[in-house]
Design a protein around this ligand. Structure first.
Ligand SMILES: C=CCn1c(=O)c2[nH]c(Cc3ccc(NC(C)=O)cc3)nc2n(CCCC)c1=O
Ligand SMILES: [Mn+2]
Length: 627
């Protein structure tokens, strides 16, 4: 029979050989979903995954034989993968969201301004693009069927997805990053699941030359989301952010739409627990930072001074939901860490280093002659004379020109292996959240930490998050870029409506947490960092928690929020700290900052900005004028 799919008619190619698993035991809805895409993509065989170690070992063995993976003999069960250099990062310009009505997806952007809060594509145009890519795209390849759960399988906040993919690398990483298990089928039953279709876009016989045994189709990459149908279709890229669909595509973009509909939050946040060693009292916080702020380093913090036992729940994504007592609880929907390798070492993040000593996959890092991994930041941890092979497969040594690892090279490691993973990290109902922290890389004008005056003020601060970033190619050096709620590349729907959703959650019986803003990166006139950061950040989190506990006399009011009273702050062994410079609130810097933020919101969100946000910015401006 024929399938009416996306208005194209594909011949029913009849049964394909099932390499693994029992197709007829799958839930009916799942069988239909698979059969439809088998007909469209025309794979050579079907492989139903079970997420077992045996399965991963079998795939790894095959990929090592084929030269896709190189074993890192210095570690246990660790492998290096080099991608096609044309397929090394997320591609925002080719990331689309399709809904019936444009303004369900994007805000009303000012005429002539390029929208940076998501790209909308009309359903008919998306169908045309899909029909142009998917028919026959898996010819000569195996279609892997990955049943996965975001969050502990069966948990009340968890959600199930099924990913169809022709990439075995994706299968290996999904087995680390999500919960893949036959139990997902039972839990799913006849229920709904997020439909994830991924292809590297290289049917056999391949037309485009395959580099590094990494099939991809960079020229025709398209990462498309249909939130209303809970569907994701990713074509042409094998790279993590584009192909591990459980992460950015599902756990942020699609999940933020589900969360809007169901009354919870899917956020780009770390989750960490801080136990006061004296009182035994433990509090959890969530924090949202743009890239290059060291989010993973903070999540896995090794404190530099005693007083707290810090443990990580998650380093990238948080699903937050108010429980029936009105307490905000969060789960980490992921099961692994997909972290930026460069800059990670035993000083900046010893817990990360210990996490990926085994059972981990490294993508586009460098390789040492003794079978280890290497990247920028490891100079002091590897013998100076060590022969190194770069991510581009060139011979190299420390001190030589060029980079050994790609700046966006990644480690993929099981969260369970992290030495300071929290014992409750897989608690199905999540952990209670006492504070939400926003932050950015702000070299000037922004104090180390401030507490916002209210939920509404906090949401307005989140909406105006900015961070210094290496600007796109055309500029040299750095620019301060907007990254509202650190969700800019991951918004699932109209950002104005997203802010409205946040504001609405304050309603009773919800007990909203306090919202803070931090900045580890302020520098003095010589460009020297004013704050030592890293393990010393525990001092800031200590003050945050004491404020959450309602401790009096430790804060003073400023126009932008409450900042610590110097005498209340733990400064032991910090030596000379330029406290006043670190906490100054320059009036005209901030007046400019507020004006620039208003301009950003007018340009990028326009009429969709909730009035409350304008009111908060106006009040902020008034407080500054009176400074
Ligand atoms: C929990 C740590 C958070 N954190 C920080 O708190 C932090 N602070 C800085 C800036 C800085 C760099 C070096 C020093 N000190 C010396 C000795 O070089 C101090 C501050 N860099 C930081 N980084 C690295 C950012 C790039 C990913 C960082 O991750
Ligand atoms: Mn992230």
């Amino acid at each position: 029979q024929y399938y009416e799919v996306h208005n194209i008619v594909v011949p029913h190619i009849g049964p394909v050989p099932i390499a693994k698993g029992d197709f007829h035991k799958l839930p009916k809805k799942v069988q239909k979903f698979i059969a439809k895409w088998v007909d469209i993509c025309a794979p050579r065989a079907l492989y139903i995954c079970d997420g077992s170690k045996e399965e991963s070992d079998e795939i790894i063995h095959k990929l090592v034989e084929r030269g896709v993976l190189t074993e890192l003999k210095k570690y246990e069960n660790c492998f290096l993968c080099r991608t096609d250099p044309a397929d090394v990062a997320r591609v925002e310009a080719k990331t689309w969201i399709s809904t019936e009505h444009k303004y369900d997806t994007v805000p009303h952007v000012r005429e002539g301004v390029k929208g940076i809060l998501g790209q909308w594509i009309a359903p008919p145009d998306m169908e045309k693009e899909m029909n142009d890519r998917y028919p026959g795209c898996m010819k000569g390849r195996t279609m892997f069927v990955i049943p996965f759960s975001m969050g502990p399988v069966g948990g009340p906040i968890s959600k199930i997805g099924i990913q169809l993919t022709d990439s075995n690398y994706v299968l290996l990483c999904m087995n680390i990053m999500t919960r893949v298990a036959p139990k997902v089928w039972e839990t799913l039953g006849d229920g709904e699941f997020v439909k994830c279709i991924h292809s590297v876009g290289c049917p056999r016989p391949v037309e485009r030359k395959v580099v590094n045994h990494w099939p991809c189709n960079p020229e025709r990459i398209m990462i498309a989301h249909r939130p209303t149908e809970r569907e994701i279709m990713s074509y042409g890229s094998g790279y993590g952010g584009n192909s591990l669909l459980g992460k950015k595509c599902f756990a942020l973009r699609i999940a933020s739409v589900i969360a809007r509909d169901e009354g919870w939050l899917a956020e780009h946040m770390l989750i960490m627990g801080l136990k006061n060693d004296k009182t035994g009292d433990e509090k959890f916080i969530c924090a949202a930072f743009p890239s290059a702020c060291g989010k993973t380093n903070l999540a896995m913090l090794q404190p530099s001074v005693p007083g707290y036992t810090v443990r990580v729940v998650g380093d990238d994504i948080a699903w937050l939901k108010f429980d029936k007592e009105g307490t905000l609880r969060a789960i980490n929907p992921e099961a692994g860490f997909f972290g930026v390798a460069p800059g990670t070492n035993f000083k900046t993040n010893p817990n990360a280093m210990k996490t990926f000593q085994k059972n981990s996959i490294f993508t586009n890092v460098a390789e040492t002659a003794d079978g280890g991994f290497y990247w920028e930041g490891m100079e002091d941890e590897v013998d100076k004379n060590m022969m190194i092979t770069t991510w581009l497969n060139k011979k190299w040594q420390i001190g030589a020109p060029g980079k050994a690892a790609h700046p966006n090279s990644r480690f993929t490691a099981p969260a369970s292996q992290c030495p300071n993973i929290h014992p409750d990290w897989e608690k199905p109902e999540g952990v209670p959240i006492s504070a939400i922290i926003f932050g950015g890389r702000r070299p000037t004008g922004v104090p180390l930490v401030f507490e916002t005056f209210s939920w509404q003020h906090g949401v307005s601060v989140g909406a105006c998050v900015k961070s210094e970033a290496t600007a796109a190619a055309e500029f040299k050096g750095k620019m301060i870029m907007h990254d509202p709620m650190a969700m800019r590349p991951f918004m699932g729907y109209n950002f104005g409506n997203y802010l409205k959703h946040w504001l609405k959650l304050e309603a009773k019986p919800h007990k909203v947490p306090k919202i803070f803003h931090v900045n580890w990166f302020r520098v003095d006139e010589e460009g020297e960092f004013l704050w030592p950061g890293f393990g010393d950040n525990i001092r800031v989190l200590d003050w945050v928690l004491r404020r959450c506990a309602g401790e009096e006399g430790i804060a003073e009011k400023t126009p932008v929020g409450y900042i610590p009273k110097k005498e209340s702050f733990n400064l032991t062994n910090l030596g000379d700290l330029k406290w006043d410079e670190l906490f100054s609130i320059p009036k005209y810097y901030w007046l400019d900052d507020i004006r620039e933020s208003k301009r950003f919101l007018e340009d990028q969100v326009g009429t969709d900005v909730p009035q409350v946000i304008w009111d908060e910015l106006d009040e902020q401006e008034k407080r500054l004028r009176d400074l």
